[in-house]
Design a protein around this ligand. Structure first.
Ligand code: FE2
Ligand code: FE2
Length: 311
């Protein structure tokens, strides 16, 4: 079940101290799940805006990562190549299901076209860039998605009170992000095994700063755009967004430490051992699926399934 090992990638040894889980592409279909409650995350407009703004960028963002990683198919050692193929399956499914969720968001009254235009422009900037640049960008984005996913699974407060129609997609997605967090990074290490350690760490950290600035600015703007549609003024939306992310217990604040670990020379995603979160998320996902199935059954046959409070 585990991939505990120490790997040597050319002139840099990455310490896989924590180990990694094997990858599984899980079957999941959102099936046009409705968003009956506008602020579906516990009635909180700021939390809802955060998750909605992420969903808005996933289809194009993850399609970019799929294209970037697909360029390396067949060019990696067999085990990594097999993981890469699973990664592609998982990300393609995430992109497809968030497209579905975005359709429901639009039906619920949000206009996400401005957010889609921004991610479209960002992705277009990578056109004509080298395969290694796109791979490195993917490895950095993957660190982001992995630490956010781990925080969501670890800390139930972020999705507390979320509507059960929307909760499964986030738990499913979070589990697979934690699970495949090292694939792009390992491909980057393999692709750059001839590089000096200094060149590799400099390129990696520079790209991480670019991705971080872009993520922070565009996610904040995206949330403000959605909150303006909820009737908030620009200043109230901006301060509310920053408070949501960075006040005590905020998701942004809680991921600062794992974000910074990426910058250390010799970093490898496996050094953060969060396999227990995959188990936790899988359990919650199974409960949610069982509850959904029970809902489809005639009332007298329904079992009393208790939904946990988010993760
Ligand atoms: Fe994903
Ligand atoms: Fe991912």
């Amino acid at each position: 079940m585990q991939r505990d090992k120490k790997i040597n990638r050319g002139n840099q040894t990455a310490q896989k101290a924590g180990g990694l889980a094997d990858l599984t592409a899980r079957e999941f279909r959102q099936n046009g799940a409705a968003i009956p409650r506008r602020h579906w995350v516990g009635g909180d407009p700021f939390a809802t805006a955060f998750f909605n703004s992420l969903s808005a960028i996933f289809p194009q963002g993850e399609a970019f990562m799929v294209r970037s990683m697909a360029a390396w198919r067949g060019k990696m050692p067999p085990k990594l190549d097999a993981d890469l193929r699973k990664f592609l399956e998982q990300e393609a499914a995430h992109s497809r299901e968030h497209e579905d969720m975005n359709g429901a968001l639009t039906k619920s009254g949000y206009d996400i076209s401005a957010l889609e235009a921004v991610i479209g422009k960002l992705v277009a900037r990578f056109k004509g860039r080298s395969d290694i640049t796109k791979l490195l960008a993917t490895a950095c984005i993957e660190h982001f998605t992995a630490i956010i996913a781990a925080e969501i699974l670890e800390n139930g407060s972020h999705l507390a009170g979320a509507d059960e129609e929307q909760l499964p997609i986030w738990i499913w997605h979070a589990v697979e992000e934690v699970e495949h967090k090292a694939v792009a990074y390992d491909c980057f290490l393999e692709a750059t095994k001839e590089w000096s350690a200094l060149k590799r760490v400099s390129a990696r950290n520079l790209m991480m700063f670019v991705i971080t600035a872009s993520f922070f600015i565009n996610r904040t703007r995206g949330q403000v755009t959605l909150l303006r549609q909820d009737g908030f003024g620009r200043i109230a939306a901006l301060f509310g967004t920053l408070r949501y992310g960075f006040a005590k217990g905020g998701l942004g604040r809680n991921v600062l430490k794992p974000w910074a670990r990426f910058l250390k020379p010799g970093f490898h995603p496996a050094q953060i051992d969060d396999r227990h979160l995959i188990t936790k998320g899988e359990r919650l996902f199974a409960d949610l699926q069982a509850a959904d199935k029970a809902k489809q059954q005639p009332a007298e046959r329904r079992k009393n399934i208790r939904l946990p409070k988010a993760a």
